[in-house]
Every structure is written in C-alpha cells, then in structure tokens.
Design a protein around this ligand. Sequence first.
Ligand SMILES: Cc1cc2nc3c(=O)[nH]c(=O)nc-3n(C[C@H](O)[C@H](O)[C@H](O)COP(=O)(O)O)c2cc1C
Length: 316
Amino acid sequence: MRLYGITLERGLLLAPLSGYTNWPMRILSRRFGAELCYTEMISAEGLVRNTKNTLCLLKRPPQDAPLIAQIFAHSSSDAALAAKIIEDAGFDGIDINMGCPVKKVVNRGAGAALMRDVPLAQHLTQAVASAVSIPVSVKMRAGWDSASINARELAGAVEMAGVRCIILHPRTRMEMYKGIPRWELLSDLRRSTAVSVVASGDIRIGSDIERLRALGADGFMVGRAAVGRPWIFRELAGGKPPDIDERREIMLEHLDMLCSLYGRQKGTVFMRKFISGYVRGIDGASRFRSLACKAASFQELQAIIKRLPASRDSGM
Ligand SMILES: Cc1cc2nc3c(=O)[nH]c(=O)nc-3n(C[C@H](O)[C@H](O)[C@H](O)COP(=O)(O)O)c2cc1C
C-alpha cells in the first residue's frame, strides 16, 4: 500500500501524541516496525512566528524518516506559511489536525473545532495543499458530538481541497478518548472518498488490524498502546513480546535519547511518562514504578533500570 506516496509493507503507523512522540519515541517505534511516524501537533502560528519551543518540534535525526509533520491552525494563511516551512525542512508530508479535543486548542478555533466549520476546514486545507507540493492529509474525528456526526461531509470537503489521505479516529470531540469507536464511519468513508483512509483508535492486537482492514482501512495508526511499548509494532506483525533483558536495554536507550534531546535533568523526568508502559505485566512492576518515578538524577534512574527485574530480594 502507498500513503503519502510512500510504499508501506504493512501500513503500521505511529500516531501523533502530544507530549510523547518526539524523536526518541519515533526512533524506537521504527526499530520495531513502525513504517511511518508523525510529529506531535505543532502550532502553525508558533512556526510562523518562529517560536523557539515550536521550532524545536521540527528537529529530528536523519534516520527519523519518513516523517509527517502535523499542524494545528485556525488561520488559513498561518497554516499555508507553516506548511511551506515544513516542506522546506524536508518532511515527507503534512497532516492537519481536525481532531484535537483539548480546550486550549478548540477555544482558538483549531483541532476538532474545525469539524464545526466545514467551509473553514476546507479553505484551510486548500490553502495548505496549494502552498506545498508534498502530500497533505487531515486527521479527524467522527464529529463534534453524537448529534453532529459529520466525518463523511468533512472528508468530502477536504478531499475536494486536495488531501491525499484521511485519518479517522471515530469518536466525537465530546467522547474524548473513551467509548466504542464508531468504525462503521470508516467503511462509510471508504465508500464515499477515493483517497487513502487510515484507522486510529484502540489498535492493540493483530486481530484489530484484520478487522479494520476488512472495513477498508489502508493504514493502522497506533497511539496509546505504543507508549512505553515500542515493540507493539513487532507484535502487530506477528512477532514476539520482549523478555526482561530486551525491555531493560530499550529503556536504557530511551533514557539516553531523551537526555540527549532535553539534557539530563529534563530527560530523566520526561522518562517517567514511559515507565508504566515499559514494566506493565512484569513481576514487581508497581515497586519498580514507584522507585523509578522518584529517581532524582539520571544516574539514579539508570541504576534502577539496570536492576530490572524488580524483586523483593534485590531490595527494589
Ligand atoms: C496524550 C495524547 C496526546 C495526543 N496528541 C495528539 C496530537 O498531537 N495530534 C493528534 O492528531 N492526535 C493526538 N492524539 C490522538 C491520537 O493520535 C489517537 O488518534 C487517539 O489516541 C486514538 O488512538 P489510540 O487508541 O491508538 O491511542 C493524542 C492522544 C493522546 C492520548
């Protein structure tokens, strides 16, 4: 299958996750089989105004490819200018966020708020698609709330505006991340649009992929299930889960990469977000978690990880 003009063997994608999918998480996910990754959402306005923290989100090592940059925007002109910056920075595609439910974003008319204003969503998409020559996609939800399910209408509008791919997380903005995804909307989009359709939501095991493929999905995006579990992509391709030694090595490498991105202090604190995922299901996980999350320095956390597996005998 091809997405953004890139040939993929299995269609396994790492989702954009704000606060998580920086280059260390992307590099590890790729190693285990993620074929295409996304940046976390980036403010188009921040990019255009050259905000330091925003520009940082574009940084990545050369092996972090292929990579799609995701923007959120309310203004079509900011979105188009940001798209040009992203194209010039060598990204393989641009995704426009029309699904973020967070108040800070929707109150500014971006993210899922665009689902309530289809003409603006279409105008903004068109502005981006005509500003660049790299492929453009839109990531959307089912609708704003259960009384206004309009993914099909929005998909038609952005298809006309020039997108090559639609990513559907079929919950409403009001549902946030809970409740059963409305997968019937995926087959609906498959029938009503000619562009590629990617499924996002609760993909955890191989049978999820088979089910979504049967509904017409061209790609399978994994988000929460990849946090602290980059090997999920290997498992989804039929491979084995890691043993403790492998988990330990991955955690140490993840910590190292975070420290090279943020410096030792911030990198060590950032690593806490992943600890639960890394040790879920193993003996002594809860003791390990509480020790690791209290580690005051890089050296301390590194030593705790090296002592995995946690056991009462080893003093953990
Ligand atoms: C902490 C968190 C941050 C997220 N950040 C983004 C984001 O920056 N852009 C985006 O399009 N979706 C974002 N999402 C939504 C995910 O990409 C995905 O669509 C959703 O979590 C459902 O997939 P999952 O069940 O595989 O996590 C975020 C979700 C979570 C839980």
